[in-house]
Design a protein around this ligand. Structure first.
Ligand code: HAM
Length: 419
């Protein structure tokens, strides 16, 4: 039997109400902050991601689904959206239409990681990118929006961590200091971190290995080497977060796994999901547009993993998903009325009233059972004496009352669902 690929998941009808509910909160919140939805292709030229995210990152060096198409072009299934959104922003000259573009997305991403709880190979992110302003108000807005959405899912056990990575000059100065500090200690680092020492030294802070953590405990911190401008920016972001009532913690070791960040970075982590605890991450990327071939344009954004959030919600039992129901179930008392039921069902369906009836020649009792299972608000019973008199029975399933309605007066029933 052919099965789904490891690390991918079917989202079955029984899960869809949960997904739709979550997506509706995302749409509503993003639109409330005046972000506009954007959709980009699932695959792109590989160079977009290697240049955008950085050759030395884990994502680019280990995790991308990259393949040659029949024409010999190297393509990659997107591992994240920021590079794609920036590409679309440049390609369609969005800056010419609007100084500040506030964009959001809900879309599948692909990373060839070792699957475990909360870590998949095809997963879904929602996220936002505000491109066109250096204002710290936008950094704060992005963090607030991410926080508000997670709160709307009822999550309590979450923590906002923020940091500033400064501008490249101050970061390079700092990296030299860090290199100096680690110079005599390299032999004590894990194999991965020894590699990072050469290629991506900041990422050593991300290591979960005890030997690395011990060494990094006393390492100099980037925040102590920030330039004036980045410090001022960071102060404003913090002040606005305080003003908005978003609790946060400064984590000077938060370096993030993508190379495009400048100044603010942040993550929101959950205490309810084990080791894959980052529900969301983001930050400012003032050089990315230029790096990808556009005019220098600052940007800031975030992305959050929906599967990981759903796991946290499950563990906190926090999602209040509305119970699924239908408007109308049509029961027939004898099978000869099947064409009439079909007709009547179609009449209501075409008015946008969710209607269902039996296709399996089931007994009246079984049809009523089905109506209950589907949480029908009303049941129509067609047949018997009433039908002879040109009427049907309409039963209100919430209060159990029933009434006879003339077959000529379907408007009366439709009006029950108006508004
Ligand atoms: P990221 O931190 O790589 O950032 O991913 C954001 C979120 O996606 C993570 O916090 C996590 O919840 C989820 N995620 C990542 N990998 C997986 C996986 N294998 N399985 C399940 N969930 C996963 C970015 O992608 C940046 N583009 C964020 C950003 C937007 N920065 C600026 N704008």
């Amino acid at each position: 039997m052919i099965k789904a690929i490891t690390g991918t998941k079917d989202i079955l009808p029984s899960d869809i109400s949960k997904w739709k509910f979550v997506e509706s909160i995302i749409d509503k919140t993003m639109q409330g902050f005046n972000y506009k939805e954007v959709r980009t292709p699932v695959f792109e030229e590989t160079a977009l991601f290697s240049r955008g995210i950085g050759e030395a990152t884990d994502i680019v060096s280990k995790e991308m689904y990259t393949f040659l198409d029949k024409g010999g072009t190297s393509l990659t299934l997107r591992p994240e959206m920021t590079a794609s959104v920036v590409r679309a922003f440049i390609e369609h000259s969005l800056a010419a239409k609007q100084n500040l573009n506030k964009l959001y997305y809900i879309a599948p991403m692909f990373r060839q990681e070792r699957p475990q709880a909360g870590r998949l190979r095809q997963f879904h992110q929602f996220g936002a990118e505000a491109i066109g302003s250096t204002s710290p108000a936008l950094d704060s807005e992005i963090i607030i929006m991410a926080y508000d959405i997670l709160k709307s899912f009822g999550l309590k056990n979450i923590l906002v961590k923020i940091n500033s990575l400064g501008v490249p000059e101050s970061r390079e100065n700092y990296k030299a200091k860090l290199r100096e500090y680690l110079q005599g200690k390299v032999a004590g680092l894990s194999e991965d971190s020894r590699k990072r020492f050469e290629t991506n030294i900041l990422r050593i802070f991300d290591s979960k290995e005890e030997c690395d953590q011990k060494i990094m405990q006393d390492a100099p911190l980037l925040i102590d080497y920030l330039d004036e401008e980045s410090l001022k920016h960071f102060e404003s972001v913090k002040a606005l977060l305080k003003q908005a009532g978003v609790p946060f913690e400064i984590d000077p070791k938060l370096v993030r796994g993508l190379d495009y960040y400048t100044k603010t970075t942040f993550e929101i982590v959950s205490g309810s999901v084990g080791s894959q605890s980052a529900l969301c991450g983001g930050g400012r990327y003032d050089l990315l547009v230029e790096q990808l071939g556009g005019k220098p344009t600052p940007g800031v954004g975030f992305a959050a993993g929906i599967e990981r959030i759903l796991l946290a919600c499950e563990n906190e039992n926090s999602l209040n998903i509305p119970v699924e129901s239908i408007d109308l179930y049509i029961v027939r008392l004898d099978n000869g009325l099947q064409p009439n039921v079909f007709d009547l069902g179609l009449h209501f369906r075409r008015k946008g009233i969710t209607s269902e009836f039996d296709y399996l020649e089931r007994s009246v009792k079984a049809q009523m059972r089905e109506a209950n299972k589907l949480n029908a608000r009303y049941v129509i019973i067609l047949g018997g004496e009433e039908y002879q008199k040109g009427e049907l029975v309409l039963k209100n399933m919430l209060d159990g009352t029933q009434e006879n309605v003339s077959l000529d007066n379907m408007e009366y029933i439709a009006n029950k669902f108006a508004g």
